[in-house]
Design a protein around this ligand. Structure first.
Ligand code: PGA
Length: 271
């Protein structure tokens, strides 16, 4: 596992965006061989999305041959509900880049048969040959997508009940009103994320520090589902300093030292 530690949210967001651009360019996608990405919602990736938009507008990257699969969606919110993850993704990224609409995949939380919707999502990922780079945030409880503590580390896309701490954390997007936060969601499974060729986890702020420490320093454990990435051959944690507050000083120094030549996001954008 790689651990990139940047001083602040702005720099880690620039690093994550530069890594995405670098990965897409290296892959050199075409219409018949698109670059397939997994994408998160939430407050964490917004800085990365803003940087991707900036890089796109500066002519540094095209998303014409990029295919996306979002991690999750609430059950019971229509696509145009302002708090749906559909609305989030179009507002924060897709409307500002050149991705064709039909390349975007987001689970439909209004589907009549939610389980069939989840099965079809898995099949659709397979049809594209799997996901090249899965980008994810984490919850304070270490959840990855909506894979709450105790989720099977072999899980696939399915219907999940959100736990109380996630409902409370997400109430900020619903004017703090817990009663308006959906209690169930569709989410890719831990196994779905683990099948990606690369996984990049973003974490900022001291609120994520315990989850980051569990994910990096403790054992693989279904109570901190993000810890699964220890078993992934190409996983990267991208953190700001605050998110590393619960890591051992030695762990932080270790990763800062081995990544010291790789911390400048602009280096990845050369060429
Ligand atoms: P956040 O959510 O980015 O809004 O902190 C992350 C998550 O819950 O996975």
């Amino acid at each position: 596992m790689r651990v990139i530690i940047e001083p602040d949210y702005a720099t880690m967001s620039r690093w994550a965006a530069a890594y995405v651009v670098h990965s897409i360019r290296q892959f050199n996608p075409t219409k018949d061989r698109p670059f397939v990405m997994g994408l998160p919602t939430g407050s964490t990736p917004i800085g990365m999305y803003q940087n991707l938009i900036k890089l796109h507008k500066a002519g540094k990257i095209s998303f014409a041959h990029v295919v996306t699969f979002n991690m999750d969606e609430y059950v019971g919110l229509t696509k145009d509900h302002p708090q749906s993850y559909h609305a989030f993704m179009w507002d924060n990224l897709f409307s500002h880049i050149d991705i064709p609409k039909h390349n975007v995949h987001i689970l439909n939380g209004m589907a009549k048969d939610l389980w069939a919707e989840c099965d079809q999502y898995e099949q659709s990922i397979q049809r594209f040959g799997g996901i090249e780079l899965f980008v994810g945030g984490i919850g304070p409880d270490g959840h990855l997508a909506f894979n709450e503590p105790g989720s099977s580390l072999a899980s696939r896309t399915r219907v999940k009940t959100l736990n109380e701490s996630t409902v409370i954390a997400n109430a900020r997007f619903f004017d703090g009103d817990l009663s308006r936060v959906p209690r169930t969601a569709l989410t890719v499974g831990v196994g779905t994320v683990m099948d990606a060729r690369q996984v990049m986890i973003l974490a900022n702020g001291s609120g994520k520090a315990r989850a980051v420490a569990a994910g990096i320093e403790e054992g693989v454990n279904h109570m901190w589902t993000v810890s699964c990435v220890q078993m992934h051959p190409h996983a990267i944690f991208v953190c700001d300093d605050d998110a590393t507050l619960e890591l051992k000083v030695g762990t932080v120094q270790y990763f800062k030292s081995i990544e010291k030549d790789n911390l400048d996001p602009d280096k990845m954008l050369i060429g």
